[in-house]
Design a binder for this molecule. Structure first.
Ligand SMILES: Cc1cc2nc3c(=O)[nH]c(=O)nc-3n(C[C@H](O)[C@H](O)[C@H](O)COP(=O)(O)OP(=O)(O)OC[C@H]3O[C@@H](n4cnc5c(N)ncnc54)[C@H](O)[C@@H]3O)c2cc1C
Ligand SMILES: NC(=O)c1ccc[n+]([C@@H]2O[C@H](COP(=O)([O-])OP(=O)(O)OC[C@H]3O[C@@H](n4cnc5c(N)ncnc54)[C@H](OP(=O)(O)O)[C@@H]3O)[C@@H](O)[C@H]2O)c1
Ligand SMILES: Cc1cc2nc3c(=O)[nH]c(=O)nc-3n(C[C@H](O)[C@H](O)[C@H](O)COP(=O)(O)O)c2cc1C
Length: 589
């Protein structure tokens, strides 16, 4: 019997709050997905069930997990999706078929939604997992030293705990789609006979949880939305050391991408044509040279397809080898990251060729040493409830001088200087379900966002205003100087003035002899901050990952310990409980 298609849209006249409407929409989407699975399976679901664990920061792993759930559904199996931190060790020990799809963040670390899971899994008290059959799909980026470290660590630990690998781990670089599809096929080949053998599910198909509702958009990295840049406005003042800009990207027409406050928008950049000309000069090649294995001529590949600013590890290794430079070879041999970073500072890939003029490259080498040009992610700084026809971004333009040339970041330079009104701009969204305003509108929120880290909080504040959320809002913002770097000051002061922003604490690092950072303000207002946390406040951090977010985390622990009269362990437990309750979320880069 054909399953009945559930209703998909909630009529406007239904008297529902925004949250109720969102919940119902998710529930319907889950039902629709289940119906589609049942249709595909033909005769309903079998009792064979798979638990899919998701470790994600920006949504790629979540998207693949949803695809996997659909594939399993089509084959007649049931699946349950879990954020890694929601998995309890005792439950894990009782599971039979587990698929882990996880990215890696920071410097070879777990993504934020997997820290608690990893802490429990690596602990000596973790249970034995003899009953578990598993496979890991690891997402990463070979530009990082610790490639796919999170997936590798989980894979190894499952094995140590006695679990059986049903398919080898697959490690994916930035172009992960094909490898992920291959992994999915291998896993499904293992599952197919087990699904066939399993008894039919009792009581017919079980509706998928709302969490399994597909959030997939048709606009993706491979099929980006063509649009235009409608606003490009400088935010930082004339004496700022930075060029921070506010951008608006039009979302008009049929079937435009949608977004929520907390998501990221991705821009597919184009390299600087002037830089491409310099490359052609240095290579001594013509723009229309044919490149083996590619349909486009060399100049087009350099412009649109290859990353020509940041050198790859292979490129640096080639330079060390061909130049015979002993110092560079020594640095690479000893994996001396700090010296290598110093060496590469103020240099781009072309500089390496300019610094070693005797190196020559053939077209094959150029093609293999440069990696594919990647999109750049930007935390969205608008709420679609207030700006349904556009998406806003807040971007600091990367510029540095070296070799008597001004260097620019690929995407930030492209947006700042090279996209004109008439040009098409290609974008797609990355949903980030782990970075959202609280569902309960009356929950207080504390936002820490110095520099461009303020972006998602502008979106959050717009969202809270639009939905009439009654919860209090507190923002910690800072940058170098009040005069030139207080971006969105008019908006923030107005929000503070009209009471939407209950507290606004500012830290301008270079307005006095000593550095003052947002974490200093947190400690200064520790009593009030702890009081907000005790009243259930959600704590958010956005911006620089390597320094700021670490120091803010430390300050949070310090405030909790001092104000709550706790020792270090108790403060850590307090923060872990916040994470578990999804009251501590970060969007750091
Ligand atoms: C989820 C997420 C959200 C983000 N949100 C924002 C946001 O809201 N706003 C924002 O501005 N950015 C944001 N970013 C960062 C953004 O994606 C880009 O990384 C940033 O804009 C730089 O990209 P680019 O193409 O301009 O520079 P690239 O061409 O990628 O060049 C940057 C590279 O230049 C290097 N570099 C910088 N200075 C020097 C120097 N002096 N010498 C040598 N090398 C140098 C850096 O190390 C870096 O590797 C976000 C990133 C992520 C992952
Ligand atoms: N990894 C790095 O070394 C590095 C450096 C700069 C920027 N970035 C990247 O640049 C991008 C955007 O930067 P941005 O211009 O928006 O902001 P930003 O460089 O993070 O600066 C914002 C403010 O944070 C201050 N700050 C510096 N170190 C801090 C710390 N440990 N704790 C708290 N605050 C600190 C800065 O002060 P001062 O500048 O006066 O110290 C400044 O006032 C991000 O991608 C960021 O990751 C990275
Ligand atoms: C700030 C940052 C740090 C990252 N660190 C690593 C890393 O250490 N190792 C790695 O292999 N990949 C690293 N990655 C790449 C991500 O794992 C990769 O982009 C992945 O596809 C993201 O998947 P997600 O959207 O599910 O989080 C990093 C990405 C970012 C933006």
């Amino acid at each position: 019997m054909m399953p009945i298609k559930p209703i998909l849209t909630i009529p406007d006249f239904m008297p529902l709050s925004a949250e109720q409407r969102a919940w119902l929409q998710g529930y319907y989407a889950g039902m629709a997905m289940q119906a589609e699975m049942s249709v595909a399976a033909g005769s309903g679901l079998s009792s064979f069930a798979v638990d899919i664990f998701i470790g994600t920061q920006t949504g790629n792993a979540e998207g693949l997990a949803e695809d996997m759930a659909m594939t399993l559904g089509r084959a007649g199996a049931q699946s349950r999706l879990h954020q890694l931190d929601d998995v309890e060790m005792d439950d894990l020990a009782g599971m039979e078929n587990v698929l882990v799809i996880t990215s890696t963040y920071g410097e070879g670390e777990m993504p934020d939604n997997a820290h608690l899971f990893w802490e429990a899994l690596e602990s000596e008290t973790a249970p034995r997992l003899q009953a578990v059959k598993f496979s890991v799909l690891a997402l990463g980026d070979t530009a990082y030293d610790e490639f796919c470290a999170a997936g590798k660590m989980i894979d190894k630990r499952f094995e140590q705990l006695g679990a059986t690998r049903l398919a080898e781990r697959v490690d994916c670089d930035v172009d992960y789609e094909d490898l992920a599809a291959g992994w999915s096929e291998t896993v499904m080949a293992q599952f197919a006979p087990l699904i066939a053998e399993a008894a039919p599910a009792e009581g017919g198909a079980v509706p998928a949880p709302a969490g399994a509702a597909s959030t997939k958009s048709k606009w993706t990295r491979k099929n980006p939305f063509p649009t235009e840049l409608s606003v490009n406005r400088r935010l930082s003042g004339p004496n700022s050391q930075k060029d921070i800009r506010h951008y608006e990207v039009a979302l008009v027409g049929e079937d435009t991408p949608t977004y929520e406050a907390g998501d990221a928008v991705n821009v597919l950049p184009v390299n600087d044509p002037a830089l491409v000309d310099l490359w052609l000069d240095r290579l001594g090649m013509k723009a229309d040279s044919a490149v083996p294995g590619h349909d486009q001529p060399l100049a087009d590949l350099l412009l649109r397809d290859w990353e020509i600013v940041t050198p790859t590890k292979d490129f640096v290794a080639m330079v060390a080898m061909k130049s015979g430079d002993r110092e560079l070879a020594h640095v690479l041999e000893h994996n001396d990251k700090e010296t290598l970073e110093d060496f590469l500072w103020n240099k781009d890939t072309l500089d390496l060729l300019i610094d070693f003029p005797h190196i020559s490259l053939d077209l094959n080498e150029v093609g293999t040493l440069l990696r594919p040009l990647q999109h750049r992610a930007y935390s969205i700084s608008s709420s679609s409830k207030v700006h349904p026809d556009s998406v806003h971004m807040t971007i600091s333009t990367v510029r540095f001088r070296g070799n008597r040339r001004l260097h620019q970041g690929v995407a930030s330079g492209y947006l700042a200087e090279r996209v004109s009104d008439a040009d098409a701009l290609s974008v797609f969204m990355s949903p980030n379900k782990n970075f959202r305003v609280p569902k309960q509108g009356d929950a207080p929120i504390i936002m820490v966002g110095p520099g461009t880290g303020v972006a998602p909080f502008r979106a959050f504040l717009q969202e809270r205003q639009a939905t009439g959320a009654s919860g209090e809002n507190w923002l910690f913002f800072g940058d170098q100087t009040r005069a030139d770097d207080y971006i969105y000051s008019d908006e923030l002061e107005a929000m503070h003035g009209d009471g939407l922003l209950n507290r606004l604490d500012l830290a301008f690092s270079r307005d006095q002899a000593d550095k003052v950072y947002v974490q200093h303000r947190m400690i200064e207002h520790g009593k009030a901050l702890f009081d907000w946390l005790e009243r259930g406040a959600h704590f958010y951090v956005c911006g620089d990952a390597t320094r700021m977010a670490r120091d803010v985390d430390e300050a949070l622990h310090q405030v909790i310990a001092e104000q709550g009269g706790m020792d270090e362990d108790a403060a850590r437990d307090y923060v872990n409980a916040m994470k578990k309750a999804k009251r501590y979320a970060r969007d750091v880069y």
